[in-house]
Design a protein around this ligand. Structure first.
Ligand code: BGC
Length: 531
């Protein structure tokens, strides 16, 4: 396999919460540059940074008002150039977010578009007349709450927004819009960016007839968005034409790639739709694990792998367990009882999967979800729907660098979100000093993935084993690796007669390899080289 991103591990940085070098309580680009050695020493291949572009920050950077400038809160274009240069010096690739589906209502494109029905950008957004009774054109709902249509008095029309009303949807079918977005991609690729994470790709185009979505039979959702089936508002195949143009642009520069964010009910099927051809997007970020909730069993963790291995149709998978939109994995899957052994267990799965792996900042420390009190909430979705949805602040709190420093060493002044005490207890300085910490386990597993072609590129064969085990073999001509995970808080034995273990590569404490069975303490991880 020649492409660097196949099998790579990408470390996701949420710039606002990574490291605040300038001391104003908000993480920044110079802060990321300062901490590149930490990231490189993890043994990952790339960083993906969430948006740092100029923005009113209504959706914390996913509402961009200038696609080709850095927001002063995060630094400057010069800071960005330094970051890319320093990352490359350390062998780290740099991936940035591209928010093509929508922008801020402060973006000059939208200001012009809303000014009249006949300006040069009149058709750059999705405008529709009201129904005769003045109501919105159809029943579509926005994800954060309320209808996805907002009335604009000057144009006397509604505009579409799948997210906040201050995030109008761009009309991606319009080739001038496509040209403008491709210019943006080119701007960043020319600055040395190695990859693009395409935000909300399934929201790029909608039904041109604007028909109603049908109701969802399950009406238990707390938000109207989930009370309908999204058959009409998202995923129109016209998106593919634009993706092909983007792909052609990426192909102009060897070694560049894009990962599409596709979040919806059927993540695997849709991921394949957007990636299953050499002229489409290289890979899609699979949401199967991000949606998985509750005390997961081995079988539940096996399902996304099985579905992909059977239905991936040759497309390349990308996996994540945590990100800036989803409660942190150990809390989501193990609740208040989550501990370090769960963190290592889930890393032992993620880092062994076939595909490109996305590791979210703090996952390597085993950070649990933060409990952010209402008065500290920042996320508009959380504030609107509190207390029914937890929102996204709890996975966005600042990184704990030093246990005993103010604000756990993230900043010298009050951070934009509080650092929980439980995170300071898992700070990087403590974990670097301790053998057997989650961080030390993460580094060992990442080093093995880098070193062993079976883990990076090998085929994946699921083994038919009973609960509480999840086991698979990563196969490669250079040698096979057996991955065994005890997905439970009880000790268990996995029979292995007939399997020749040449040497253990990674074992958590207390695992014993016998000739007939492997003895696994609760939450054990064993990666074994096979003969
Ligand atoms: C991003 C979110 C953002 C949304 C709208 C996403 O999927 O990950 O953080 O709110 O797109 O841009």
């Amino acid at each position: 396999m020649s492409e660097w991103w196949k099998g790579a591990v990408v470390y996701q940085v949420y710039p606002r919460s990574f490291y605040d070098q300038r001391g104003d309580g908000i993480g920044d680009l110079p802060g990321i540059t300062d901490k590149l050695d930490y990231i490189a020493n993890l043994g990952v291949d790339a960083i993906w940074m969430c948006p740092f572009f100029r923005s009113p920050m209504k959706d914390f950077g996913y509402d961009v008002c200038d696609f080709t400038d850095v927001d002063p809160q995060f630094g400057s274009i010069a800071d960005f150039d330094v970051l890319v240069e320093r990352a490359h010096e350390r062998g780290l690739k740099v991936i940035i977010d591209q928010v093509n589906s929508h922008c801020s209502d402060q973006m000059p494109w939208f200001v012009e578009s809303r000014s009249s029905r006949d300006n040069a950008k009149a058709d750059w957004f999705i405008w529709k007349d009201a129904k005769p009774d003045g109501s919105p054109p159809n029943n579509w709902q926005s994800i954060f709450g309320g209808p996805s249509w907002t009335w604009d008095t000057r144009r006397r029309q509604y505009y579409l927004h799948n997210f906040l009303a201050s995030q109008p949807d761009l009309n991606i079918r319009n080739t001038e819009v496509q040209d403008a977005l491709i210019d943006v991609a080119r701007f960043w690729l020319n600055r040395g960016v190695d990859g693009l994470r395409l935000d909300a790709v399934n929201f790029y185009t909608c039904d041109p007839e604007f028909s109603d979505n049908p109701p969802n039979e399950d009406q238990s959702a707390v938000k109207p968005y989930y009370m309908q089936l999204h058959e009409k508002d998202i995923n129109h195949p016209d998106t593919l034409a634009f993706l092909r143009r983007l792909r052609a642009e990426l192909d102009e520069k060897p070694g560049r790639f894009a990962v599409a964010e596709v979040f919806e009910e059927n993540p695997t099927g849709r991921s394949v739709d957007y990636t299953n051809a050499p002229d489409l997007i290289h890979t899609a970020y699979n949401f199967s694990y991000l949606y998985l909730d509750g005390k997961v069993t081995a079988e539940e963790l096996r399902v996304p792998i099985r579905i992909w291995e059977e239905g991936g149709k040759g497309a390349w998978p990308s996996w994540a367990f945590s990100n800036h939109d989803t409660p942190r994995v150990i809390t989501r899957w193990r609740g208040a009882t989550a501990n370090e052994s769960h963190a290592t267990l889930f890393l032992g799965l993620l880092i062994a999967l076939r595909g490109t792996i996305f590791l979210y900042q703090g996952e390597e420390l085993g950070l649990p979800q933060s409990d952010v009190a209402f008065e500290f909430l920042q996320d508009p979705e959380a504030i609107t729907n509190w207390p029914e949805t937890l929102g996204r602040d709890g996975c966005r709190t600042p990184m704990p660098w030093r246990a005993n420093a103010p604000f756990a060493g993230f900043s010298t002044s009050d951070p934009w979100l509080p650092v929980p005490a439980a995170h300071a207890e898992r700070a990087i300085d403590l974990q670097e000093a301790a053998t057997g910490s989650v961080l030390s386990h993460a580094r060992k597993m990442l080093a093995l993935r880098k070193d062993r072609l079976a883990l990076r590129e090998g085929a994946l064969e699921l083994l038919d084993v009973d609960e509480p085990f999840l086991a698979f073999i990563r196969r490669h001509d250079s040698g096979d690796i057996l991955v065994v995970l005890n997905i439970s808080d009880q000790s268990a034995h996995l029979p292995i007669s007939g399997t020749t273990v040449v040497k253990p590569l990674f074992l958590t404490q207390g695992v014993e390899i016998g000739s007939e069975q492997i003895t696994c303490p609760p939450n054990a991880v064993a990666w074994l080289e096979l003969g």
